[in-house]
Design a protein around this ligand. Structure first.
Ligand SMILES: [Zn+2]
Ligand SMILES: [Zn+2]
Length: 261
């Protein structure tokens, strides 16, 4: 029996239009790898780190236009927007309409720490509290285009990631994901499920992130996949792991976000 794969798309990719990606990474860098990965749809979502971010990120359209008649791969143009309540969003509804979708990033702990130094992140409890509050704020944002979360409730670059996660109660998880579902925000099945910044099991996957995905499904959330690759080496081999994480969380085709179905 041929089992149809779920993970045939990747909506969280960076290129050299993100300052944290190598200068050599272009959309084309990922193309030759798609067949082996089983990926048919690429979504590029570069960072919006300042008010020039939208114009910079939209340059990807020219790059994609040149590739369209060379490949059967489908493309979407997105962006990854910073969310720090009370701070700049670097994205307005008017600007958002240039994109096919937006991924909101409310858990960039590294930016809370390095860019906005007035957040108190001195303990895992404080970081968790800020991350959860920020997630709830993000749930209620409406840019008028399909909106998902990049690495929802995954404290990116926090030194004590497992501790932050272990302290989120089931009740809080349900509250967060119910809010996301009610506000049509897609949840990302993100590379964090296999990164060794948290405890991994024999399959090289994180039990706590899989549990969180399962709770999100129970709360009625939709899902998309994101390798968060900044270069080809982060793309290779990632989709089989994301697929397995989705399978273990009980996610099926019916649970996928409309734009990746
Ligand atoms: Zn991110
Ligand atoms: Zn990213």
């Amino acid at each position: 029996m041929i089992v149809d794969k779920l993970c045939k798309s990747d909506l969280h990719l960076h290129t050299n239009l993100s300052c944290c990606a190598p200068k050599t990474t272009a959309v084309e860098s990922y193309l030759s790898l798609c067949e082996a990965e089983g990926v048919e749809l690429l979504g590029v979502s570069n960072h919006l780190y300042d008010w020039g971010g939208v114009d910079r990120t939209l340059q990807i359209k020219h790059e994609i236009d040149k590739l369209r008649n060379q490949t059967d791969i489908q493309f979407l143009v997105g962006c990854e927007a910073e969310i720090f309540y009370g701070k700049e969003l670097y994205l307005t509804c008017e600007m958002a309409h240039n994109f096919d979708y937006v991924l909101l990033a409310p858990s960039h702990i590294f930016n809370f720490r390095d860019r906005y130094r007035d957040f108190d992140l001195s303990t895992p409890d404080k970081a968790r509290k800020i991350m959860i509050e920020n997630f709830k704020v993000a749930c209620k944002l409406d840019f008028g285009i399909p909106t998902g979360f990049a690495h929802p409730l995954y404290p990116i670059c926090a030194p004590w990631q497992q501790e932050v996660l272990d302290g989120i109660s089931d009740e809080t998880l349900r509250e967060c994901y119910t809010l996301a579902a009610e506000n049509n925000k897609s949840i990302e099945i993100h590379a964090c499920v296999y990164r060794n910044t948290v405890e991994l099991d024999d399959e090289g996957l994180s039990p706590i992130y899989i549990k969180m995905l399962r709770v999100a499904k129970e709360c009625g959330c939709k899902f998309h996949f994101g390798s968060d690759a900044h270069e080809p080496s982060m793309f290779i081999g990632s989709h089989a792991k994301l697929e397995r994480a989705a399978e273990r969380a009980g996610i099926t085709r019916d649970d996928l976000w409309e734009i990746v179905k």
